[in-house]
Design a protein around this ligand. Sequence first.
Ligand SMILES: Cc1cc2nc3c(=O)[nH]c(=O)nc-3n(C[C@H](O)[C@H](O)[C@H](O)COP(=O)(O)OP(=O)(O)OC[C@H]3O[C@@H](n4cnc5c(N)ncnc54)[C@H](O)[C@@H]3O)c2cc1C
Length: 476
Amino acid sequence: MMMIDNPTMCPGTGHRICNDCMKACIYQKQEPVNIPQIETRILTDVLELPWGFEIYSLLTRWNPLNVKRPLPPAPSDGPRTVLVVGMGPAGYTLAHYLLNEGIRRCRHRRPQDRAAADGADGVAPMASAPRLIRSTWVSELYEPLDERIMAGFGGVAEYGITVRWDKNFLKLIYLSLDRRAHFRVYGGVRFGGTLTLDDAWRLGFDHVALATGAGRPTIIDMKNNLIRGVRKACDFLMALQLTGAAKRSSIANLQVRLPAVVIGGGLTAIDTATELLAYYPLQVEKILERYEALRREFGDERIWSMYDAEEHEILDEFLAHAEACRRERARAAEAREEPDFTPLVRSWGGVTIVYRKRLSDSPAYRLNHEEVDKALEEGIVFVENMSPVECVPDTHGAVKEVTFERQKKDEKGKWRGSGEIVPFPARSVLVAAGTSPNIIYEKEMAGHVPARREEQVLPELRAEVERKARAGADSN
Ligand SMILES: Cc1cc2nc3c(=O)[nH]c(=O)nc-3n(C[C@H](O)[C@H](O)[C@H](O)COP(=O)(O)OP(=O)(O)OC[C@H]3O[C@@H](n4cnc5c(N)ncnc54)[C@H](O)[C@@H]3O)c2cc1C
């Protein structure tokens, strides 16, 4: 039944992803029935059987419980070739449904990621795609998450989304689509650059579906919005995942300092805070390891002479923190426990999420309260009713503090500034204030869109975009 309702998305929407059913649960006086958890359990139980992946894969196409259509119809003879732009959840789900409707050919085109759109080398091939997989998915397909190399499939689901969601599930979806005879996938192609709408018609596509996800991040009204130490949360998460900075072996440069303040109340704010909390000890330990290697090679004096006063201060701070992490690791190893860096990170200023309304108003709480729970358990602090005013620079021009104005409800129930300014020490500021819809193609190619298609497609798109914009920045 699960595979009828949610065929490609069931690995995508399982545990930790979609909690709408839990929010709607009628058992209000007890813990809600955890449907996502149940779906994931059933899926992983099946995958752990011999031929488990093949059972899943078969059920995406054939399902005896689907009385109306147990089998996909034969590919249609009519002109039905669809270009799907984007390989996130929207794109891959659409491709699945189109293929099951008998669409003759369905192609995705996408860049490796939005930041490195042009020149990316595309989607990693699935070596095992054509042959049947007999063993369990853990022995054949599973990769440990801290070693997993991005395959470039899944859009934001691959680099965003909570660490508690198992990204190995993306491989299932990818494999099951990749095996379909009428599906082709091309990476490293930017729609609006490498390929235009005119090209698509010339290449013989009958339909183009834009599944390009969210657009640029919201720039909030805050003084010194872009001084050193301030970044957009999406930019931080992309840098963390796509450069592999979170991996021990990576030499990617992604510097964060504590205390850290995350501005926003959505799930991106929660993910950013928890990722930062996990990344910080790793970052300083990696720096200590490299420092020790360089020191053996060049000696102290030469290393320190390379840095200016500000860099001295930062390196000193990172080395001291790394020594403390190392001591904690040694203590935990002796006690046969997992190391607990939370008290250390807290003592260095910790990670604080600051939101302009109450926690219970926040999209994070309304969409997935479990993620909020987990974040608080991990030691994240959540501060309510504060709207950002200014990032205050230190003598080197990097952020040292953010000031907020306390918000209060007026007699009409609207949140308003109270005039009270509250400073928060902050060496890193991550802004997670939502994104606007992705209408880049229309912006870049204005006037290039053929009139006939524009009449048919774009007004609908525009109406949808405007409706979403009206719904407000919180609806990210
Ligand atoms: C940090 C973060 C955490 C999240 N956590 C969760 C969570 O825990 N649970 C949850 O349910 N949701 C979560 N979300 C939301 C979820 O990731 C998105 O809702 C989902 O990815 C949207 O899917 P999509 O297919 O519409 O777009 P995307 O996933 O954004 O995919 C769009 C794809 O199109 C490509 N593209 C864009 N422009 C072009 C172009 N011109 N040419 C070719 N290709 C293009 C992009 O590179 C991308 O691969 C999170 C989002 C973020 C940012």
